[in-house]
Design a protein around this ligand. Structure first.
Ligand code: SF4
Length: 436
């Protein structure tokens, strides 16, 4: 169960996300204040006493009714949390990864437009205890939509305090996002004081046994939009070894044996050489999507291009997410409008003739598609977790669906890029599970 505090049009409320039932439940802030004292160590009287110390009131009968309702939904867990509320365990970087040289995505720079699009695009921005302390210290006189600092954060999961926590969302975006698109924490104390995950975004890293590749998560238009030579920011900040990458940036590690399809595996050295070949082809090809599909054919057995299964499985999940999000955000919410764009496109792609048109080979490669594939393939994105054949077919399906989105006039803004928006929804909002 995830609890997220929202302020929408000046009204504060807490949304409980019941992921198992794919439902949401809205609580008023006072009820959440009491429930957040249910940390697994207290009985009903203890919860009420702890809540009273924070100024929140309840009665045994009212609290019991709430707890019974949550138990009936299987949302209660027995016992105390097994973590300290203020200690984040950052995975220790293995020695062999720390010693590897850095290899950043070649010939790549990006330009952040400073509009705060990525601060409106995710449901949970995760802050460490240090991030929270710095934010509170940097903004001593600050209120977020009228809320004092005591109501800025909710636990990452459950009701008890957790090491990672999530800031209140204001009108669907991060509560620290100022009206001019800048981050209020960044503005007050600079990049060094910003939440570490935000400061690291959009960089990602993956070790392949030879080097640590640094690339970008292609979920933001600023990352995929080509920039002129000499413009924009570099990726590696002068890092030379894996050990130089800040601890907050997770370095994925390609497994020594990579699953191709079913039981078939290959070594990561094999994948490294294959990815190098595909990257070369992507640079030269007229149709980058076809490169991915054809390579998947070569790694398994040839399959006719068929977008229908990808459309059908994604449509149900996207509609469901849209239905739930509509209940707690406003009509201009960035993610809501992105979902409307995607759902509208998937609806149209139910037509077989339209799907045929969309997957028809292109005569000239779209630079955004090339940039997307360069970033994803260089960073081995997806290969560390799923079969390689599926990763390549999924890249192709994403590009085709994004091409269709470009034809549907439902984009949330003129600056939105379909491939970035689709990537954000697939990973950041777990829609990619539809394709697993
Ligand atoms: S904390 Fe700042 S950078 Fe991070 S999501 Fe919020 S507004 Fe954006």
């Amino acid at each position: 169960m995830l609890a997220r505090r929202h302020v929408l049009d000046g009204r504060e409320f807490v949304v409980l996300h019941d992921e198992a039932r794919r439902e949401t439940l809205e609580l008023d802030p006072a009820t959440w204040a009491v429930l957040s004292c249910a940390d697994g160590t207290r009985d009903v009287e203890g919860i009420i006493a702890a809540a009273a110390r924070t100024g929140a009131r309840s009665t045994p009968s009212a609290l019991s009714r709430l707890l019974i309702a949550l138990a009936e939904r299987d949302c209660l867990r027995e016992g105390a949390p097994d973590h300290a509320p203020d200690v984040v365990t950052i995975r220790t970087r293995p020695e062999d990864v720390a010693a590897l040289p850095i290899a950043s995505l070649p010939n790549y720079r990006y330009h952040c437009d400073g509009s705060g699009g990525c601060c409106r695009a995710y449901g949970s921005v995760l802050l460490t205890p240090g991030d929270r302390d710095r934010a509170r210290a940097a903004l001593p006189d600050h209120e977020i939509a009228g809320l004092p600092a005591a109501r800025w954060f909710t636990p990452d999961k459950g009701s008890a305090p957790t090491p990672l926590s999530v800031p209140v969302a204001v009108d669907g975006g991060c509560g620290f996002l100022a009206t001019d698109g800048s981050c209020e924490i960044h503005r007050r104390i600079g990049l060094e004081g910003k939440p570490q995950g935000c400061a690291a975004f959009p960089r990602m890293a993956c070790a392949d046994g030879v080097e640590v590749r640094v690339s970008v998560i292609p979920e933001c238009a600023c990352v995929l939009r080509p920039v002129p030579d000499g413009v924009g920011e570099p990726l590696d900040e002068g890092w030379t070894r894996g050990a130089d990458i800040p601890a907050i940036t997770v370095v994925d590690v390609l497994p020594a044996s990579v699953v191709l399809d079913g039981e078939r595996t290959e070594s990561r050295a094999w994948l490294r050489s294959q990815v190098a070949e595909v990257l070369g082809e992507v640079e030269r090809a007229r149709d980058p999507a076809r490169v991915c599909w054809t390579r998947a054919d070569a790694w398994s057995s040839p399959e006719p291009v068929d977008l229908e299964p990808y459309v059908a499985s994604l449509r149900g999940r996207a509609r469901d997410l849209l239905r739930r999000r509509t209940t707690y955000v406003g009509e201009n919410d960035w993610v809501l409008r992105s979902l409307q764009w995607l759902v509208g496109t998937l609806h149209l792609l139910g037509d077989a003739d339209l799907r045929s048109l969309i997957v028809a080979p292109t005569e000239q490669a779209d630079p955004v598609e090339v940039r997307y594939l360069r970033a994803a393939l260089w960073g081995y994105q997806g290969f560390e977790a799923g079969p390689a054949v599926r990763v390549m077919r999924t890249h192709a399906a994403k590009i085709w669906i994004a091409r269709a989105m470009a034809e549907v006039p439902l984009a949330p803004s003129k600056a939105a890029l379909p491939l970035a928006t689709l990537s954000m929804l697939l990973r950041g909002h777990a829609l990619a599970r539809a394709w697993e």
